[in-house]
Design a protein around this ligand. Structure first.
Ligand SMILES: Cc1cc2nc3c(=O)[nH]c(=O)nc-3n(C[C@H](O)[C@H](O)[C@H](O)COP(=O)(O)OP(=O)(O)OC[C@H]3O[C@@H](n4cnc5c(N)ncnc54)[C@H](O)[C@@H]3O)c2cc1C
Length: 444
């Protein structure tokens, strides 16, 4: 007789593996299977090359409301507590490292916005963040931000040396390693889920090689989560705007992360400059913003699936029109189209983006990183006909579909906690929430 699992997790990115870890450590579930189509965990958006490696704690995210800022701070703390509790010193440095962080305002408009944010509740939430309003103070922590800058270009920075960069691939590996210590927690790689079916007994999950049975499914398949949700009749009022991002590399010119003041109402981060956790000799600038009709970056086979999951109708058309013709978004899209043009693109990217952070860099100092950068699956709410800020989890009769744009990697353990709560509740099993919160110092 075919074995039946209690839970099947589809997709072993940082959210799927964090959920596997939380189930293994803090729940009564015994039989859990994770299925991943690639040969290892976290090779797509959660791979270190493909995201910005930032632990988003709310200090540098000027587009977050105060509520979201507090939530983000707490979610980020889960990753730090996890690393301190579960990993040896050697393991920890492959996963998470201290990294100074700065929000940089260039010119009077941005300075005004950043001043206002700092003077709000922000100061109480982040008492350790310093306001640097003199160029010589900024130069002390990031010399190349000031070197070569026009005299009359004013700057303001919020700065902390209490930040982190994370290798989310190695973090996922560590989650998986711990979860698989439990004999009845299993993983299958190189196996692609083709179909999920609801039956009277639970779920049948068909892959290109096998068929599995389970009571519940947790779909943490990036943008593909919505594709599967729609196939089962859920998430009808949602769509995805796939925002791809590329990075340029230069020699090391920054000591830490330098983020710009975000443009109003945009849910994805503006171009920033930062070190690479996997190579201390380089600085990365990006991500660019490119809208692709695909569910996975560079995977042309995911294009038809993108249109299937968009479920094109009048509401979707109106939503896309609102989003793409929004003044700020259309400006960003146009600028980034120019950045994609060979030769001219790099000149324009250097002048408009990189030189705002490091004025002295020349186009020849930058190299477009090959095969680097992922997709941020931004959620379109077709009822409200606008982009939603953050991710979503779609619930459906024992199935949960998680879509997590940035800062989804930072909040992987919070997502895992929520996923476990849903699965425990549906299956009438226990998830030891208090223990989870206590061990990982979670206060919300
Ligand atoms: C350019 C960029 C910069 C970013 N920067 C940051 C940052 O600095 N900090 C931060 O917190 N977040 C950042 N993010 C967001 C972050 O990378 C994502 O939120 C996070 O990686 C999502 O993890 P996930 O596990 O949900 O999805 P993924 O990492 O995409 O994992 C999904 C997994 O599902 C698998 N899968 C899909 N379909 C199937 C199938 N049919 N069968 C089996 N397996 C399947 C895939 O192979 C993949 O391994 C960034 C994203 C991008 C693109």
């Amino acid at each position: 007789m075919t074995k039946k699992y209690e839970i099947i997790i589809i997709g072993a990115g940082v959210v799927g593996t964090a959920s596997m870890y939380a189930l293994s450590r803090y729940s009564e579930f015994k039989d859990v299977l994770i299925i991943e189509k690639e040969k290892d965990v976290a090779l797509l958006n959660s791979n270190s090359n493909n995201n910005s490696q930032t632990l988003h704690s709310g200090e540098i995210e000027t587009n977050y409301s105060i509520e979201k800022t507090k939530e983000t701070k707490e979610n980020a703390k889960l990753v730090v507590s996890y690393a301190n509790k579960e990993l040896s010193e050697d393991e920890r440095k492959n996963v998470i490292q201290n990294c100074q962080k700065m929000t940089l305002a260039v010119g009077d408009n941005e300075i005004d916005k950043l001043e206002k944010r700092y003077d709000s509740e922000f100061k109480e939430i982040f008492p350790y963040v310093k306001k640097l309003d003199k160029k010589e103070d900024i130069a002390r922590v990031e010399p190349n931000v000031v070197k070569g800058r026009e005299e009359n270009e004013n700057l303001l920075a919020l700065f902390t040396d209490n930040g982190y960069m994370v290798d989310y691939h190695n973090l996922s590996k560590s989650f998986m390693g711990i979860a698989l210590q439990r004999d009845s927690f299993k993983a299958k790689f190189n196996e692609e889920v083709k179909e999920i079916k609801k039956t009277s007994q639970g779920y049948t999950v068909k892959t290109n090689k096998n068929e599995f049975l389970s009571d519940s499914v947790l779909v943490t398949a990036g943008a593909y989560s919505l594709f599967f949700a729609k196939k089962l009749g859920y998430g009808k009022n949602l769509g995805i705007l796939s925002v791809g991002g590329k990075f340029y590399y230069s020699k090391k010119v920054l000591n830490g992360k330098v983020y710009r003041v975000e443009r109003e109402g945009i849910p994805f981060a503006a171009v920033h400059g930062d070190p690479d956790i996997t190579d201390p000799n380089i600085t990365r600038f990006g991500p660019t913003v490119n809208i692709y009709p695909e569910l996975e970056k560079g995977n042309i086979y995911s294009m038809p699936d993108y249109f299937r999951s968009l479920n094109f109708n009048e509401d979707t058309a109106k939503s896309l029109e609102n989003i793409l013709f929004d003044k700020t978004i259309s400006k960003i899209v146009k600028e980034n189209l120019i950045y994609s043009i060979p030769f001219i693109g790099k000149i324009s990217f250097t002048k408009n983006e990189v030189n705002k952070i490091v004025p002295s860099l020349k186009p020849d100092d930058l190299k477009l990183a090959e095969n680097v950068g992922g997709i941020r699956p931004q959620i379109i709410d077709t009822n409200k006909k606008q982009l939603a800020l953050g991710g979503t989890a779609i619930e459906g009769d024992g199935a949960l579909f998680s879509v997590t744009p940035s800062p989804g990697a930072t909040s992987c353990l919070k997502e895992a906690m929520d996923n476990c709560l849903y699965l425990a509740d549906y299956n009438e099993k226990r998830f030891y929430l208090e223990k989870f919160k206590q061990d990982l110092d979670y206060k919300l």
